[in-house]
Structures are given as C-alpha cells and as structure tokens.
Design a protein around this ligand. Structure first.
Ligand SMILES: NC(=O)c1ccc[n+]([C@@H]2O[C@H](COP(=O)([O-])OP(=O)(O)OC[C@H]3O[C@@H](n4cnc5c(N)ncnc54)[C@H](OP(=O)(O)O)[C@@H]3O)[C@@H](O)[C@H]2O)c1
Length: 353
C-alpha cells in the first residue's frame, strides 16, 4: 500500500528534527516536504542539524528546506507534523486543517480547544473521535495535539495508577532538560552549574492538560478528570529527558508491590493495535535505588523504533496514605515528535487518514 505523504513544519528545530528521525524510515508515512521560516529556505537539512545523537541518512540530509506555504503543503501532503513555535502555530495549523490537511501538532495553541483531542494514545485513545466534531473534518482536515513535554511523561503512569486504584491527588516537581526550551534554548550562562525554578506557563499547562487527558468524553464533550494536581517546574542542566518527582494519593489503598505491578503490566490501545512507534512496555519500572537517571534511562523503549518512548518509573515508596516515585520521559521523543507520530499512527489505524 502507498505510504501517506507527510510534511514536517519547523524541520530545522529540536522537535522538527526528531520528526525527521522517526519518519525517514517509517512503514506508513513518507516525507514529502520539510518546512521552516524564510531564514532557512533553500538550506539542506544537513546544514541545520540540531539532533546530536542520531545520524540521518545521506539522502535525508540533502532535502532542501522550504518556506511555510499552506497551499503547497496541502496540495502535496495528507498529513502535517507541526513543530512550529507557539506564536505562529495556532493560525497556521487552522489554515492547514481548513485546506484539508490532518495536522498533528506539538504546539500549545489548540491543546485546550473544545473539539481538539489532547492525545496520548495510552491514556485517552477514544478522544481521537472528537476530530469528527471539527468543522473542517468533512473536507478531510483536522487537528490533533499532543501535550506539553512535562505533562506527557507523567500522564502515562498517572493513567495506570488511576485505572488500578483511582487517582485522587498528585503533586509533581520537575527537573526539565534544556532541549525542552527549543534551539538554542536557555543561554548557557543561565543554566551551567545552575538550576532555574521558573519555566513560563509550564505549571498551569501541566495542571490543565492532565485534567483533560485523564478525563473522559461525554455526550460529545470533554469532561475533566476531578484529580487535584499541583506542579512545580524547574530547568536543570541536562540535554534530553525530563525527570519528575511525584507524590500521589489514590482512592483505593494499595501496597507498594501492587503499585509496581499495576505500573509494569499497564498496556493500552497502541500496544493492542501494535502501532509502529508504540513501546512494548509504556512504563518500565526500575528497582535500583538510584534510577531513573537521564544519562542512563532516557532512551528506554523497545523495539528500536520506540526508543525514548517509554516512561521510566523508579523509587516507588509509600508513606501513610501517599505514594512517592520518580518518572523520567524523553521530552523531544515521547513528549514531542514521537507522541505526534504515535497519534498519527492511531489515526491511520482508525481509518481517519
Ligand atoms: N522541545 C521540546 O521538548 C518540546 C516538547 C513538546 C512540545 N514542544 C513544542 O514544539 C514546538 C517546537 O519546539 P522546538 O523545541 O522544536 O523549537 P525550536 O527548536 O525553536 O524550532 C522552531 C522551528 O520553527 C521554525 N520557525 C520559527 N519561526 C518561524 C516562522 N515565522 N515561520 C516558519 N517557521 C518558523 C524554526 O525555523 P528556522 O530555523 O527557520 O527559524 C524551527 O524550525 C513549540 O511549539 C514547542 O512549544 C517542544
């Protein structure tokens, strides 16, 4: 069967280049155009490299970057993967959906829209049907977003906890990598030998997004999960991988071993459907006392295509009615491009493309 033609928007950025990494050999999708700003027009992808732990194929390095153009993208591509900055993503993605493109976005502007799924297929695969409510759907266009990178890593274990024991309360403190701020990101003099206890709008995003993702769809409307969440967000001098400390309370009481088992055995729709970028185990639990660590665990996930797609949980403890644990997630793969590619694979499996 012919592969679906896709465009990557923001192809010279941190997320855009992760898209290219995941798409250059994809079983269902084929890159038909790489787009960025006029500053990059005409450059080879190989002249704009940002991802440092992956070697693109020679042919891929030769692809020329084009300037964003709705008509051109919509004519050549069924799908657009967006790694555009917040300030331009909203309008541009709307125009692309109006032109008949299926847009899978990493950007924030449409995440909380009343008819746009904020999708993590392990948590809320059924939300994808809400694209049918979008005015553009009748002509084939729609928008699906993925969550903020710090929300995604934590949402998957919280879903597993909710499913097994009912989630009542979660307090999350993050240790977020610099690649989460895009390229060139935080100035080196601000982050070397330092931690920065402020990331603009991040805490509000995490709290709002978790309620939508863990929530349900009732009578064609998103209904927030009633969980109470508190987030504190901090930038640390790590290249890739957001580590998060979580304290949570459940409705049903459980012992530590039962909690670990519930996390380890959790699988969902992507595993059932065997989606190409789905990790065999969405949550990997480490029992060593000093894991997970970004340097050791950020690329966890099997098979090879799903490297960096598992959430890694460690140090699961209980004190009184509270559980404590750490979670690590790859922010530009699971929390970025990998999340969008998995969303598009789900859309394909559901015959929406
Ligand atoms: N980094 C993460 O961990 C992460 C995770 C989840 C979501 N996100 C979201 O994903 C999006 C991309 O983030 P990023 O980290 O990849 O940012 P980035 O490294 O700064 O890349 C931004 C990309 O957008 C392009 N761009 C900028 N202004 C443009 C314009 N006026 N017209 C067309 N293209 C333009 C840039 O092209 P030029 O090179 O030509 O300027 C570049 O390709 C953001 O919305 C971000 O919030 C990021």
């Amino acid at each position: 069967m012919a592969k679906v033609k896709v465009a990557v928007l923001g192809a010279t950025g941190m997320i855009g280049q992760r898209f290219v990494q995941l798409l250059e050999d994809h079983p269902k999708f084929e890159i038909a155009g790489l787009y960025a700003s006029e500053r990059s027009e005409g450059k080879r992808l190989g002249d704009t490299l940002k991802v440092r732990d992956y070697q693109f194929k020679d042919d891929t390095m030769e692809i020329r970057i084009e300037q964003l153009d709705v008509a051109k993208i919509a004519q050549g591509c069924r799908v657009a993967f967006s790694g555009l900055p917040t300030d331009i993503a909203g309008d541009f993605e709307t125009q692309l959906a109006q032109a008949g493109c299926a847009v899978f976005s990493n950007a924030a502007p449409h995440r909380m829209d009343a008819d746009v799924p904020l999708l993590i297929p392990e948590c809320n695969a059924d939300h994808i049907d809400m694209v049918r409510k979008q005015a553009t759907f009748k002509d084939g266009g729609f928008i699906v977003t993925n969550a903020n990178c710090s929300t995604t890593g934590i949402a998957i274990p919280l879903k597993a906890v909710d499913k097994a024991f009912g989630l009542e309360f979660a307090c999350v403190s993050t240790y977020q990598a610099v690649s989460g701020a895009g390229y060139p990101g935080v100035p080196s003099l601000d982050i070397m030998s330092n931690v920065v206890p402020y990331i603009k709008s991040e805490e509000e995003k995490m709290e709002g997004e978790l309620a939508k993702i863990l929530g349900s769809v009732k009578r064609g409307k998103f209904v927030d999960h009633p969980v109470e969440t508190l987030a504190n967000c901090v930038r640390v001098p790590v290249i890739d991988g957001h580590l998060e400390s979580v304290t949570l309370r459940t409705k049903k009481d459980a012992e530590v071993e039962a909690m670990i088992k519930a996390l380890e055995k959790f699988t969902a729709e992507p595993q059932k459907l065997k989606l190409a970028t789905a990790p065999l185990r969405p949550i990997i639990v480490r029992r060593e006392e000093n894991r997970p660590q970004p340097a050791l665990d950020v690329n966890a996930g099997e098979p090879a295509r799903a490297r960096g797609m598992s959430s890694v949980v460690g140090r699961v403890r209980k004190k009184g009615t509270y559980f404590k644990m750490f979670v690590l997630s790859h922010n530009t793969l699971r929390g970025g491009a990998g999340g969008s590619v998995l969303n598009a694979e789900l859309a394909c499996a559901k015959k929406l493309l």
